[in-house]
Design a protein around this ligand. Sequence first.
Ligand SMILES: Nc1ncnc2c1ncn2[C@@H]1O[C@H](COP(=O)(O)OP(=O)(O)O)[C@@H](O)[C@H]1O
Ligand SMILES: [Mg+2]
Length: 472
Amino acid sequence: MNTLTHFASPQLPLLHRGKVRDSLRAPSGDRLIIVTDRLSAFDSVLETAIPHKGAVLNGLANFWFEKTGHIIPNHVIKLIDANAMLVKEAAPIKVEMVVRQYLTGSMWRGYQAGQRTFSGVTVPDGLTKNQAFPQAIVTPTTKEESDREITPENLVSEGWVTKELYDQMAVKAQMLFAVGSQLLAEKGIILVDTKYEFGLLNGKLILIDEMHTPDSSRFWSAGDYARNPETAEQMDKEYVRQWLIANKKDGQYPRALTPEVAQEASRRYLDIYERIVGEPLPTAETGAADAPHTGRQDARARMQANLVAAGLIKDAWVNIVLGSPTDKEHAEKIRQQLEGYDVFTQLRVASAYQGDEASANMVEVWNNSIEPGVIIAVAGLSNGLGGALAATVNVPVISCPPYKDYAELALNLNSSVIMPSGTPSLTVVRPDNAAQAALRALNIPRLRERLSKDILATKAKLKAADEELRVL
Ligand SMILES: Nc1ncnc2c1ncn2[C@@H]1O[C@H](COP(=O)(O)OP(=O)(O)O)[C@@H](O)[C@H]1O
Ligand SMILES: [Mg+2]
């Protein structure tokens, strides 16, 4: 199934992996948000991804940010891909501005238990489940390990935000909610509640995070609500939730969905997108081309191409991994040979035997990178590094052991060349050849053309030398 469940690249440092979105640092210092197809239900992420869910959420957020730029500036720089948005990095205000028009969800549970004041807002007795409030109310929470309801006064006294900023945020939140509710009402959708996040950019308040998406909001079908307010359910997720409940075994929800359920969930997300935006999300199935906002067959290939086109990544990487920083000079020799090929190169230090978190993170990124890559292992003496890497990573590993003279090389080469089974490391002795071998291992069309030219140029040089020498 064509889904995007995880994003990694050695070229983009990971800032945060949330339940659904992965945030990375772009070379410009901006933030790249990847909206994956992961679905979280009952507080955990399911093993099955929902085709097009990420594109639906990303596309909807983009749609709403565009629609509301006149109310407040937002963080969007550019929609890079159906599943990716480049945004400005703000200093986030650690407050979730929750706006509610209906008594439902956690608030309804609190109400049933006798609670009447929510984040400083008091509601009357005698309300029923899913009943509308006369006006939308703002019930902020802190953004911490577990979010907590808090009054605006306490948000200020505890130092989460200043009074001036809070007041601005409350006004903007209400205005955004009004625009959202009205537009959705025209499409037969009720904006039940949602949350906004704000940040400061050059001292100015801007809107960040996502906006009016099914993950940050509750949508009800107006038709369902009219038929019976108390049974109105979230348009997007309720179908999956009901299936999980119906298939509970030994008190546990299933971790995965059947292909049919995932497909139906996907259809529902696409349907919500189409209802809101007014036209279908262009996907491979609808015969769309490979523009950033479309979903071509291979989501990863499309993402890679769009990130390269936006100048956010090179189309391939070579990581030169050192067993010890003392091998830096040798590694630099390899790196120099890679210059001019427009490949991302990087030196890393990792011990073969550490098995620590830092190494595990490196391996995770190498193994899941969106773009192709090759590792060159630089470790002398008895080389355990190349083998250890080859046993753990799914990209080619080339060992290029440093040596001070041929005697040392002769003594130690066996440890690189003769490897136990399951450790497919290749050994190349000369740094220049190791670099060339890495370029060949990448095996991408652009580099193959370039290498063909290099080879012809070398041959031409040799031919010229021959002609020059033989007349002597
Ligand atoms: N433009 C931005 N600048 C700085 N932080 C941002 C920006 N947009 C979103 N964030 C923050 O990035 C984080 C995104 O986390 P998210 O993907 O929602 O995962 P989760 O909430 O599941 O941890 C949030 O803490 C949000 O406040
Ligand atoms: Mg979040």
